[in-house]
Write a protein that binds this ligand. Structure first.
Ligand SMILES: Nc1ncnc2c1ncn2[C@@H]1O[C@H](COP(=O)(O)OP(=O)(O)OP(=O)(O)O)[C@@H](O)[C@H]1O
Length: 319
């Protein structure tokens, strides 16, 4: 077996490709994570996030490229990698008749270095439900049980696949607190999520996947760098999009019935817009201005669908 290298990155992915039959779900992606980093994989439905995670977890070999976890191949050195990692899948398979405590006890039997059941349940706020049967848990409570099982062995590297899907806002925030605690204690975390706020709250770095490729990656600030501000307004009565002015050389774009301008700085653009409106006696009802967000990056990617993902302009710093 390859000896463990304590200096190797927690995760190293080079030119990973993974297909199902003729279909290539992941089409050549690379990234690496230092120990203790929290990395979020974002992306549209079917972008390849779960497939990537499953290769990192050692469930499938890559079709091409290499994946290393602590310097080890997770497919061929699965047992060693699993000893040091924890996995929260999208759907945990539980026996519905068992209680929460019985479920954790069962998993402890298969887990080396397992923490005590009470401690693990306390960690995810499930102690009051220890005696409750799985069938009676809410969706959010099941996700918390999934998380309890993922941290049972106090992993050095934790994989979280959409960890807060189905949770109410309070449970989601509690989960974020737990993930932040784990991260502060030095755990490396790879997470997939559809909640952009989750990535913004938790991640040191993000990668946005689109049709099997990484379209943008970096810190949230890097991904948003240069995106400027977004000015939106409903079309003024009696006006078409073509009647609106260019602002700082930018023509408006119509999205969901709103005219939108993405401008490097909002102040001069707003001054120009107000000048145009005042000269024509036009009211700018519903005018809104906000800084660029991950959601904008995401929506741009969705809007670009139909074009080749490879030709998508990189939206942030690449590694
Ligand atoms: N076992 C499989 N056999 C065939 N195709 C698959 C299989 N698993 C996934 N796919 C396809 O590969 C693509 C990527 O799927 P994947 O689950 O990795 O995406 P995802 O980014 O996690 O999506 P979501 O956000 O919807 O969970 C999808 O088009 C999916 O239909």
């Amino acid at each position: 077996m390859t000896p463990l290298s304590e200096n190797s990155p927690a995760v190293e992915v080079v030119d990973l490709r993974r297909g199902y039959g003729d279909y290539e779900a992941v089409r050549g992606i690379s990234f690496s994570l230092a120990r203790g980093e929290l990395f979020a994989l974002l992306g549209t439905n079917g972008a390849g996030k779960t497939t990537t995670l499953e290769v990192l977890e050692g469930y499938h070999p890559p079709t091409a490229g290499t994946v290393r976890i602590f310097g080890l191949d997770p497919y061929t050195a699965g047992a060693e990698v699993r000893r040091r990692t924890g996995t929260m899948l999208q759907e945990g398979g539980f026996f519905k008749e068992l209680t929460v405590k019985e479920t954790v006890d069962c998993w402890r039997a298969f887990t080396s270095r397992a923490r005590p059941t009470a401690e693990v349940l306390a960690r995810v706020g499930l102690e009051p439900k220890a005696g409750t049967r799985i069938a009676q848990l809410s969706g959010g409570e099941r996700r918390r049980l999934d998380l309890a099982l993922a941290v049972l062995n106090d992993p050095e590297l934790l994989f979280l696949d959409e960890p807060t899907t189905g949770m109410d806002p309070e449970a989601r925030r509690a989960t974020w607190r737990l993930v932040k605690e784990l991260r502060a204690a030095g755990t490396t975390v790879v997470l997939t999520t559809h909640y952009l706020e989750e990535a913004q709250q938790l991640a040191d770095r993000v990668a946005i996947m689109d049709r099997g490729l990484i379209a943008a990656t970096g810190t949230v600030a890097e991904v948003l760098a240069g995106r400027g501000d977004l000015i939106t307004l409903p079309l003024p009565p009696g006006h078409r999009l073509a009647d609106l002015p260019e602002l700082l050389g930018t023509a408006p774009v119509l999205t969901d019935g709103l005219a939108g301008y993405r401008v490097p700085r909002s102040a001069p653009a707003l001054a120009a817009l107000h000048g145009w409106a005042a000269a024509r006696g036009v009211e700018l009802d519903g005018l809104e201005v906000r800084a660029g967000s991950l959601e904008d990056v995401f929506l741009d990617l969705a809007a670009a669908s139909g074009t080749s993902a490879a030709s998508t302009t990189p939206l942030g710093a690449s590694r």
